[in-house]
Design a protein around this ligand. Structure first.
Ligand SMILES: *Cc1c(COP(=O)(O)O)cnc(C)c1O
Length: 415
């Protein structure tokens, strides 16, 4: 369910025609629907009724301050993976007591800033990291609230680059070493063991790996409590997939919520969740304009648009699929085409072998479901200023990040 729909053939975001937006802010631009984001935020929370839970939005999926502020207003905390994300979360009005700090490596200054902010919990991923955290905490005469991220060794059956819970992954502490790692955590000064965490991957379509992970984590909580650790929180991570228009239809948030409630009910802990993609992916599109069409070898047809892999990396990085469609009423006829960007890389293909209506220079198209890991991964590669971001609310809209300028490209550089 999203608010990008056609009215009289024209594609709108809520009540704003995308063609009008393109005229005002230019292209490429990321356009978000506030109603869609809020709806997802509320559906997710209501799916978890029956659990004592805290949902922490994964900032890395869509770090814009305006989006973070909307989610904070819905009662969301934040899952951060860097000092920069801590800064963003707090600038957006996030409550530090609802911030979880994840990631396999944290610098001492990032740890110090998070201790100063008094965040809810550090999710540590190794024995070495426990020692580092302890050193920084002792140096500041602070106590760091700690959870260990455990690798539950379940196969999430997703793209290898976004599966994180296989035994071969760099993430988490292997299940066989967990009890020993907790003994270490309990023995180190400056640490207070408060929770246990996992995150099994991203764009997961089936409920089964979540249920498997929840069952393993439930057992672990009981075991750790029996070992004398004061486990108050179980962080189940994020990872539920969204429909991109290819592959199997992912489970719904309701199915996910029901399964988690069933698997974790009665366990005397607060359950943390770290949804990212699920909340923002289809609340955003990438709006881009056709520069020209060209024919390659043996009649292969290309549509060259003004957005490239620097603006939307997912197709090049994960071979990801984004639905693409014309903004104006689609013309009759069409052909199989590759939609490509202007970046000087063969991997700069946004959509491969798609049947599209006839398109010509100046036409607008959108790449759907681009709200998560879209702008978040944008770069200036090829000295291309990053796109504007626009938030639509009903009939009104506002720029929530200006298009970068050439001056922005060289900021901080000297000759
Ligand atoms: C990336 C990440 C998430 C969010 O994953 P989604 O698939 O976007 O829900 C949550 N937790 C951690 C630790 C992550 O690294």
């Amino acid at each position: 369910m999203n608010h990008f729909q056609r009215k009289r053939g024209q594609l709108y975001c809520e009540d704003v025609p995308l063609a009008e937006l393109a005229g005002e802010v230019g292209t490429p631009a990321y356009v978000y629907s506030q109603a869609t984001l809020l709806r997802h935020a509320r559906v997710f929370r209501s799916a978890l009724r029956g659990l004592d839970f805290l949902a922490c939005f994964a900032v890395k999926s869509a770090p814009n301050l305006a989006l973070l502020r909307l989610l904070a207003g819905e009662g969301y905390g934040f899952d951060i993976v860097s000092g920069g994300e801590l800064f963003r979360a707090i600038e957006a009005g996030g409550d530090p007591r609802r911030i979880v700090f994840s990631g396999v490596g944290k610098r001492a200054d990032e740890i110090a800033a998070a201790l100063d902010a008094r965040i809810l919990q550090f999710n540590c991923e190794s024995e070495e990291e426990l020692a580092q955290l302890s050193r920084v905490a002792v140096g500041k005469k602070a106590i760091a609230p700690v959870a260990l991220r455990v690798n539950p060794d379940v196969d999430a059956r997703t793209h290898p680059y976004i599966a994180t819970a296989l035994a071969s992954s760099k993430f988490g502490v292997p299940a066989g070493r967990v009890r020993k790692a907790y003994r270490l955590a309990a023995s180190l000064p400056g640490l207070h063991v408060e929770g246990v965490a996992c995150h099994i991957g991203s764009q997961i379509a089936s409920i089964r790996p979540f249920v498997e992970a929840a069952a393993k984590m439930r057992e672990l909580v009981v075991r750790l409590r029996a070992d004398g650790h004061d486990i108050q929180r179980l962080d189940m991570g994020g990872g539920l997939g969204v429909p991109y228009g290819d592959g199997p239809e992912p489970a719904s948030p309701q199915q996910y919520g029901e399964a988690l409630v069933r698997a974790l009910k009665g366990l005397p802990v607060k359950v943390l969740l770290e949804p990212g993609r699920l909340l923002v992916a289809n609340a955003g599109v990438l709006l881009t304009r056709v520069l020209l069409t060209k024919e390659g070898h043996r009649g292969r047809k290309f549509v060259v648009v003004d957005a490239g892999m620097n603006d939307l990396l997912r197709p090049a990085l994960y071979d990801a699929h984004h639905e693409i469609e014309a903004v104006a009423r689609p013309r009759r006829g069409g052909a199989i085409v590759d939609v490509v960007g202007p970046v000087c890389e063969s991997s700069d293909v946004l959509a491969k072998r798609r049947r599209l209506p006839p398109l010509s220079a100046g036409d607008l198209v959108v790449l759907r479901t681009a709200g998560a890991y879209g702008m978040a991964m944008a770069s200036q590669y090829n000295a291309r200023p990053r796109p504007a971001e626009v938030l639509v609310e009903g009939r009104s809209w506002r720029i929530i990040r200006s298009r970068e300028t050439y001056k922005d490209l060289i900021r901080g550089e000297t000759t």
